[in-house]
Design a protein around this ligand. Structure first.
Ligand code: ZN
Length: 135
C-alpha cells in the first residue's frame, strides 16, 4: 500500500457539505460524481497529496444512509493507493483480512476499488484504490 489517497466522509446532504468544506479547506470542490454501484454521490477536494471525498447516499437503504442512521455523519473510510490492486487483494486475503468484494469494482474518480471488512481492521473501513489505465 502507498499513500493515503483520500479520506471518505459520510454526509447527509452534499449541497450543505460542499460549501462547508470549501470554506474549511479554502479550496473549491473540483469534481462531483455519482457512483451507481455504491448508490452514492461523491464530491472531491484536493488537499496537498491527499483528497477528501464527501459521500452522500442516493438511496434511503444504501450503505451510506444506513451508516449515518447508526453513527451519524462523519469519518467513513480511509483509502490507500495501490499499484496492483489484484496483488494487494490477494496478499490481504492471505493475511486473513476479509474483502467486501471478490474482484475490484468501479469507484469514483477513475478508480478500481476494493473495501476491507472493518471487523478485522479495528473498526476502520479501508478502501484500496488503483487508478484505471486511460484508454
Ligand atoms: Zn472512497
Amino acid at each position: 500500500m502507498q499513500k493515503v489517497e483520500h479520506i471518505g466522509i459520510a454526509v447527509k446532504n452534499l449541497s450543505v457539505s460542499i460549501p462547508l468544506f470549501e470554506k474549511l479547506l479554502n479550496t473549491n470542490c473540483y469534481k462531483t460524481e455519482e457512483v451507481d454501484s455504491e448508490k452514492v454521490n461523491t464530491a472531491f477536494f484536493r488537499q496537498g497529496e491527499t483528497k477528501i471525498e464527501l459521500v452522500e447516499s442516493t438511496d434511503p437503504d444504501g450503505v451510506i444512509a444506513r451508516f449515518i442512521e447508526k453513527k451519524g455523519e462523519g469519518l467513513h473510510h480511509i483509502a490507500f493507493d495501490v499499484t496492483d490492486i489484484y496483488a494487494e487483494m490477494k496478499r490481504l486475503k492471505s493475511e486473513g483480512f476479509v474483502l467486501l468484494n471478490d474482484s475490484p469494482k468501479d469507484g469514483a474518480d477513475n478508480k478500481l476499488v476494493c473495501f476491507l471488512h472493518p471487523k478485522h481492521t479495528n473498526g476502520v473501513l479501508i478502501e484500496l484504490c488503483m487508478e484505471k489505465t486511460k484508454d
